[in-house]
Design a protein around this ligand. Structure first.
Ligand SMILES: [Zn+2]
Length: 71
C-alpha cells in the first residue's frame, strides 16, 4: 500500500511538527553515528516514519522509513 496522504504531508517536515493522528510510536533506535531515531508506524497505511537528525549539528526531520524497517 502506498503512503497515505497524512504520511506524505509528514515526510520532510521539521521535527517540531507533531506526528499525525494515525502514527503509532515504535521503539527508539540508534543510527550508525549513535544518534537517536524515533520510529513510528502508520496504522492507516502501514508506512514506517522516522524522526531523526541527518547529522549531529542539524535539526530533526521527518522522513519515510524503508519498506524493510522491522519494528
Ligand atoms: Zn499513513
Amino acid at each position: 500500500m502506498p503512503p497515505c496522504e497524512r504520511c506524505h504531508e509528514q515526510a520532510g517536515r521539521p521535527g517540531h511538527f507533531p506526528p499525525h493522528r494515525d502514527l503509532v510510536p515504535g521503539p527508539v533506535l540508534r543510527d550508525e553515528a549513535g544518534q537517536k531515531v524515533y520510529t513510528y508506524r502508520c496504522r492507516r497505511c502501514g508506512q514506517a516514519m522516522l524522526l531523526q537528525a541527518p547529522a549531529a549539528d542539524l535539526p530533526d526531520r521527518w522522513s519515510f522509513g524503508g519498506r524493510t524497517c522491522r519494528f
